[in-house]
Ligand binder design. Sequence first.
Ligand code: SF4
Length: 197
Amino acid sequence: METIDELTGQIRGCRLCSDRFAATTTRHQPRPVVWFSDSARILIAGQAPGARVHDSGRPFTDPSGDRLRAWLGLSATEFYDRSRLAIVPMGFCFPGYNAKKADLPPPPICARTWHTRVMAQLPNVELKVLIGAHAQRWHLNHKGPVTALVQGWRDHAPQVFPLPHPSWRNTAWLKKNPWFESELLPVLRARVRQLME
Ligand code: SF4
């Protein structure tokens, strides 16, 4: 089996989506944001980096990251401790914008090419936090609405917690679903704390 260093090196050098990204309004080049180590006990399986993360080269360096850290009850230092927490999106690169200036979905070729190989390098993961429909489809084979899956979070806890995306676009969703903050998040935070200690 390939080593984790070989794999991360290959992902960092991946340019499979060059033509796809060059055809978007931002005409950017691939910049894979790779953030995992084989000792991690917590996996954050997200969607894809946004434009700010594309610039910083570090995952969740944006308001979504601030909200996600608050949801998990983690400081920035804890969150960026790769030895404890792996961040593996369904697309490693910023995919560009659609006509409404929303992020495009992660290119399916990314998960097809890399995800199984990355998961094989993470044998110590005891908690998977699945953010959004793309990660939920891959990890749980869930094809229905995100809300229904998140509402049924007790069916998957404490090994898996499906979450909505922490984007500002979901602020109205959070207001409509107060059980998410009052019931799900305290259990998730306790589980995260248990695995971080
Ligand atoms: S999104 Fe994934 S497949 Fe596409 S260039 Fe980036 S690392 Fe490669």
